[in-house]
Design a protein around this ligand. Sequence first.
Ligand code: TTP
Ligand code: MG
Length: 587
Amino acid sequence: MKKTEKKKKIKLTRYLKPYWVFCILSPLLMAGEVLIDLVQPTLMSEIVNESISGKAFGDIMPKVIITGLIMLGLVAVGGLCGALSAFTASAASEGFGDDLRRDGFNKVMSLSLQQTDKFTTGSLVTRLTNDIVALRDLVMTVLRMLIRAPMFLVGGLVMCLSLDVSFGYVMLAAIPMQLVIVVIMIKFSHPIYSKVQKKLDAVNSVVQENVSGARVVKAYTNEKFEIGRFDKANSEYRDQNYFVLKLFSLIMPVMMIVMNMAVVAIILIGGYRAEAQAINVGDVMAAAQYLTRVLFAVMMVSHIFQQTSRAQASAGRVREVLESEPVIKGGDVREADEKGTVRFENVSFAYPGSSGVDVLSNISFEVKKGETVAVIGSTGCGKTSLVSLIPRFYDTTEGNVYVDGVNVKDWDTDALRRKISFVLQKSELFSGTVRDNITIGTEDASDEEILRAAEIAQADTFVSKMPNKYYTYVAEKGTSLSGGQKQRIAIARGVLRRPEIIIFDDSTSALDLSTEAKVQQGIREGLEGTTVIMIAQRIASVRNADKIAVIENGSLVAFDSHDNLMESCDTYKDIYASQMKGGATNE
Ligand code: TTP
Ligand code: MG
C-alpha cells in the first residue's frame, strides 16, 4: 500500500555538525604545524651555508646558535599545534562514530521483525561496529590529512622551486609517476572493499549462530562441521583482505623507490649547480627535504583515497540501516473506550518474503473483556502466527485485527503493545538478575508487586530458594535455569505488567499439569478482568477456557466452549481422543 513511499536519504556528514568547531580547529592547527615544518629546511640550510662559508668559528657560532634556538622554538610550537590538532580530530571523529552507532542501534530497535530478519544479525553487528569504525577512521584521516597534503604539496613545490628552478624537472618526472601508482591502487582496491565487508558479515554470522546455539552443536557433536563452516567464511574473508593488503604492500616500496630516485636526482642536479656556484650546498639539502615533503603529500593523498574507498563501502551499508523505515508504522490512537477486547475480521496472513502461501486464511472471532480464550491445533497450524497479529508484530494480508475496538493499524504501536503482555513460546531471558528479567518493561515495579507476580506465576517457589533470591544472577539467555523455571519467570514478567490482554504462547508447556493448573488459577484470581488468550497443546490446559479456537491448517474450524466442542467439533474430538489414549489428560 505504502510501498511507493520515497526513501529518505541520509547524509552521514550531518553527524559531524555537532563537532563543527573541532572540524575547523583541527585543520587550522594542522596548518600551523605544516607551516612551521616548511620553514625548517630553510633554517637548516642557513646553518649549513653559514658553516661552510669559510668565516671564522667565532663569527659563525652566534648565528648558528640563534638559528638553532629558533628552530627548536618552532619545533615546540609545531609539536603543540600537531598535538592539539590530533586531540580535536579525535574528539570530532569519536563523537561522530558514537552518535552514528547510537542512531544505528536505535534504528535497529525500531525496525520491524521482517526487516531485522532480512539484514541478518551478523550483518547488523558488522554494520554497527566495523563499518562505523571505518567511517570514523576516515573522518580522522580527512581532518588530519586533507589540509596537510595540499599544503605540503604546494608549499614544498614553491619552496623547492624558489631555491632553484631546475629542480622542477625532477618534480615533473616524479609527481606523475606517483600519481599513476595512486590511480592504479584506487582502481583495484575500490571494488574489493564492499566484498571484504560482506565476507566479514558471514564470519560474524557463523560466530553468532554457534555461540548462541552452542548446546545444539555440542549435543550433536557437530563442532567439526561448524569449525569447517567458520574456516570457510574466515578464509574467504582473509583472501579478500589479503588481496588488498598485497596490493598496498607492493605499492608502498614502489613509491619509496620513486621518492629516493628523485632525491638522488636533486642531489645530482644540485651538485652540478653548486659547482657552478649557482646555488649553495645548504640549499641543495633543503631542496631535497622539500621534495620528500611533496612526494609524501602524494602518498598521503593515496592514503586518503584508500580510506575513502573503504569507507564508501561502509557508508553504503550504514546508510542502508539508517534509511530503512520501519515497515510497521503506528497510527495515532492512544486511547479507546473499550478495554481488553480482541476481534479478528476475515483475517488472512502470509509471512512477508515467503512465496505468498497463506499461513492463516479468513479467520474471524471475537474475545470479550475478561474472557479466557484458548487456541488449540496441531503443530505448525498457525497458532503463533495468529497471536503475533494482535500486538502487530506483522500486518495481515487481508482483513483486520481490532484491539479495544480500534484497528491495530490505527493504534500508536507503543500504546498498543503496552496493553498486551506476550509470553513467548520460547522464553527469552537476558543476562542480569531474576528481578531484572521479571521487570523488563515495568522497571518501576515495587518488591511487593514483583513478589505477587512471581507468586501468580508459581516462580516464587523456586526463586525464594535461590542463593540471592530475586537478586540471583541469571546467565545469558537464562542458561542457569531449567526450561520450566524460565517459563515461569517469563510468565511473571507478563503478569507484572498488569496488562489488559495477556497472551500465552504455549508458555506452560514445560510445566507439569499440577503446576500449570496452579498458574492458571493464579492468573484467574490475580489478574481478574484481564483478557487471557492462551495457546496450548493439551486439552487439559484449555478445557476451562470460556471459548476454545480450534485451528486446522490456518483455518478456524470451531470457536466454542469445551462442552459444546465435544459435541459438535470432530477435529476437537479427535484431539481429545488422541490425548485420552496417551493419558495426557488428567480428568
Ligand atoms: P506457527 O504459527 O509458528 O505455527 P504454530 O505456532 O501453530 O506451531 P507450534 O505449535 O509448533 O508452535 O507457524 C505456521 C506456519 O508459518 C509454519 O508453516 C511456519 C510458518 N512460519 C514462517 O514462515 N515464518 C515465521 O516466522 C513463523 C513463526 C512461522
Ligand atoms: Mg507456535
